[in-house]
Write a protein that binds this ligand. Structure first.
Ligand code: FES
Length: 317
């Protein structure tokens, strides 16, 4: 039985559960309308959710990878955000059919004897299946979890309380990252949460000479806005076109203006769907996906955010 919709990259699934998990956080479970098994996924995977308005948003899968009957995501409602989370909360009611992208991973679980997970707010979601997997492997773990108030902690009842350290910001302040660094010696450290939290942990782990032990899941791009660099040209080798990229434009927008239909999803440099092979030129990488060594190779770029360092780039488009 096929689980595909008209687009082979997506699945047409039914919302089967919508459950309030914490203040402003609702979880959603999706299942195939015919009861078919869903494609497998690994802890750390995320899916694109195609909202009725046409907006596409990425959410980490936070259910059990062993349960192929359903996917679960959880969404924090952000009334001041870009609109996706509000639409999710308004539109995703049980019974509704929704296009969901096939799971993709960019946050794989490394081998380690011990794990320390650091979650800020809705950053708890990718940690849940990772913790489940770590338990399955018989490894020890602890979770340091910060949220605005006690009412903002989600999924706590699913976790071993003896491994949990909950830090409500209104009564206990920010997470004590110095003690996270000190107490995580020899452990793999995984962090997901607001950019300032992750940046602060990167700095402290680097100062301690342990940058290699830290693994981050960024759900909001840390890249600077595009207005800060000037105009440059992009040569599209296969299309035999040269397009100008204005300072207020992304490469993706310029490419589309030239009549080339190129895929994208997050348009924040965090999903990888717009990645393009680069044949020439110096890249100003602004994504949150490529590693330092991948950047140094200059083989590809995310054209939704990354730009040229010089006057011209040559793309395999
Ligand atoms: S569209 Fe997601 S990285 Fe470019």
């Amino acid at each position: 039985m096929s689980t595909s919709s008209s687009d082979t990259h997506t699945l047409r699934l039914r919302v089967v559960v919508a459950r309030r998990e914490a203040e402003s956080i609702t979880s959603y479970e999706f299942a195939h309308p015919d009861g078919a098994a869903l494609p497998a996924w690994e802890p750390g995977a995320h899916v694109d959710v195609h909202l009725p308005s046409g907006t596409i948003r990425q959410y980490s899968l936070c259910g059990d990878p062993a349960d192929t009957s359903r996917y679960r995501i959880a969404v924090l409602e952000l009334p001041a955000g870009r609109g996706g989370s509000v639409e999710v909360h308004r539109e995703l009611r049980p019974g509704r059919l929704i296009e969901i992208g096939r799971p993709r991973s960019n946050f794989a679980l490394a081998e380690a004897d011990r794990y320390v997970f650091v979650a800020g707010g809705i950053g708890i979601t990718p940690m849940l299946p990772m913790i489940r997997e770590v338990q399955r492997r018989g490894r020890t773990w602890e979770l340091v979890y910060g949220a605005r108030t006690a009412e903002h902690f989600a999924f706590v009842s699913e976790l071993d309380p003896s491994a949990l350290q909950l830090v409500p910001q209104d009564t206990h302040g920010h997470l004590d990252l110095e003690s996270v660094v000190a107490s995580s010696s020899g452990a793999a450290v995984y962090c997901c949460g607001p950019t300032p939290l992750m940046d602060a942990l990167v700095e402290r782990m680097s100062q301690a000479g342990r940058a290699g032990d830290l693994h981050l899941e960024r759900f909001a791009a840390a890249a600077p806005a595009v207005e800060s660099s000037g105009e440059f040209e992009v040569e599209l080798a296969r299309s035999e076109k040269v397009v100008a990229v204005r300072p207020d434009q992304t490469v993706l927008e310029a490419v589309r203006d030239a009549g080339i239909d190129h895929p994208s999803s997050c348009e924040m440099g965090i999903c990888g769907s717009c990645e393009v092979k680069v044949l020439g030129g110096d890249i100003d990488h602004r994504d949150d996906l490529l590693t330092e060594s991948e950047r140094a190779q200059c083989n590809s770029m995310m054209i939704c955010v990354s730009r040229a360092r010089g006057d011209r780039l040559v793309l395999d488009l």
